[in-house]
Design a protein around this ligand. Structure first.
Ligand code: ADP
Length: 258
């Protein structure tokens, strides 16, 4: 017999219980609402490129197109497929973020060469949009990072700097040691972020302009992933921004080797 005899709850306890249940119900409703908004945002973001792929593949199949026209349509299809891929990867990372399953395998990295290789990877995209990209890194800095994961951090920041800049403008990547810490900053001269939004930009699914065009659309997950990964490296990320002037994201890491 497992029955337990409990003293009858006092009025206070009942009140407290009912308040806890109410809080729980509010939390659940909030989560439900968040989940629905998230699903709506995913379908919306994915639907657009899929519509393009469908539409342009119909056109590309038509008889009588010139070779150049067909290549033009195929290129659009290719770009849209790449975008779907990028969105799915972001989603996949989002799931990992939720379950804390990023694995970090650190190794010693020469910062200057590492940043140079990332610089070379993103340069073509910058050149395409007519935005200048400059890199300045103090020599002889070594850090201990997971090169792949940390690349994801920098790529996300550089991608945003490009997305939210309009020609003409310059983005600066700078790395130096200050107060025995390594500072890596990515500063753009783009649209900037309103002060009232700044505290939230690292939150999942937060986007300043909810209605902006698809060309710059993401899920609002990028910076949440960036923050999590920087913290997994025992670092901090700081942001300064001014509307119409630009934004500056700075990663601060402990220096591991010299
Ligand atoms: P998204 O996929 O929407 O770019 P992020 O998490 O990367 O999501 O960024 C969150 C929001 O912060 C963006 O929607 C944008 O409004 C703002 N933001 C991020 N980086 C910049 C930047 N360099 N310049 C201006 N706004 C930015």
């Amino acid at each position: 017999d497992f029955s337990v005899t409990l003293p009858p709850p006092s009025k206070d306890e009942l009140g407290e219980l009912s308040r806890s249940i109410q809080t729980l119900a509010n939390d659940l409703n909030y989560l439900k609402k968040e989940r629905n908004e998230f699903l709506a945002s995913i379908s919306h973001e994915l639907r657009t490129p899929i519509t393009y792929v469908k539409g342009y593949s119909d056109i590309a199949k038509r008889k009588g197109l010139t070779e150049a026209e067909r290549v033009y349509y195929l290129e659009i299809i290719h770009e849209e497929a790449a975008r779907i891929n990028m969105l799915l990867e972001e989603l996949f990372d989002f799931a990992k973020l939720d379950q804390n399953t990023f694995t970090i395998t650190k190794e010693k990295v020469h910062l200057s060469s590492y940043l140079q290789s990332i610089y070379e990877k993103v340069l073509p995209a910058y050149q395409n949009k007519g935005i200048q990209l400059l890199l300045k890194c103090q020599e002889s800095i070594f850090i201990e990072i997971d090169p792949t994961r940390f690349e994801q951090v920098l790529m996300n920041l550089l991608d945003n700097a490009l997305k939210y800049s309009n020609n003409p403008a310059t983005t600066h990547i700078k790395a130096f040691i200050k107060n025995r810490e390594v500072h890596i900053s990515i500063c753009d001269q783009g649209i900037g972020i309103p002060q009232t939004d700044l505290p939230y930009i690292f939150d999942r699914l937060y986007r300043v302009d909810k209605s902006r065009s698809r060309a710059s659309g993401g899920f609002g997950i990028g910076l949440a992933i960036v923050k999590e990964l920087v913290e997994d490296h025992c670092g901090d990320i700081l942001v300064k921004s001014e509307v119409g002037k630009g934004s500056c994201f700075t990663i601060v890491l402990k220096e591991n080797f010299r």
